[in-house]
Design a protein around this ligand. Sequence first.
Ligand SMILES: O=C(O)CCC(=O)C(=O)O
Length: 255
Amino acid sequence: MLTSKKRPRDDSTHTEKIKETDCSTSDPILTHDPWIDLHQGSFVGYWRNALGAETHHLLLERLLTQVAWQQRDVNIMGKRIPQPRFVAYFALNPETQGTYEYTGLALAPSHMSDIPGLLELKELAQNFAGLTSEEEQFNSCLVNLYRSGADHVGWHTDNEKLYDANPTIASLSLGTRRSFILRNKTDHATKYKFLLGDGDLLVMKGTVQQYWQHCIVKMTGKKAAEIGPRINLTFRRVKNPGAAGEVHNNSKQLS
Ligand SMILES: O=C(O)CCC(=O)C(=O)O
């Protein structure tokens, strides 16, 4: 049985709103409400250490050793290149949910019950995200392993037609904290930075995938090689399995 903290309060030291024009100054969000209103119907919920230390360490070790990690090639600007991270994909009903496809890569799902605790994590993510009805609940999980600071994911939106146009996505991060940045699609200077790891949970809700992009920043230099691994699990609801590979609008995904 996995344990978790119950809806811990936001900790502003790990969240900041930044302006691209002056990244050295921060404008901390001083609020105890875990939900941040990004306007235009976009909301982000942030819970620090949502899992608690013991569960966090157990899960990190289990996922590092038990997941069949793959490093796959993707198409970037006409070239086939290895993704700068390892990935795995799980579904509640692999037989009917089909593949997850992006940038020329198709991932076939394994069953969520293959990894002990994954179904309980799904429940926990649903509770934090406030998903009560069965039709809203998550049925898939994309998992990323960032081996060092050099591994990353480029600017993108999770706007595949597999999901609703305005999907709720819960993102659980284990291991080393890394910079996760959300930027407004039309005003790239408006950004929010979260340092995500250590059992933190972030939920994107409403129109976030329409109006915002996100990334995990690539680190360089000695520090990039020195930091430990980070695993991120994003729980999503596949609604249209037949639409694998299509996107809701034509904004390009870079990964
Ligand atoms: O690692 C993260 O926090 C982000 C992962 C992500 O953006 C994705 O899987 O779409």
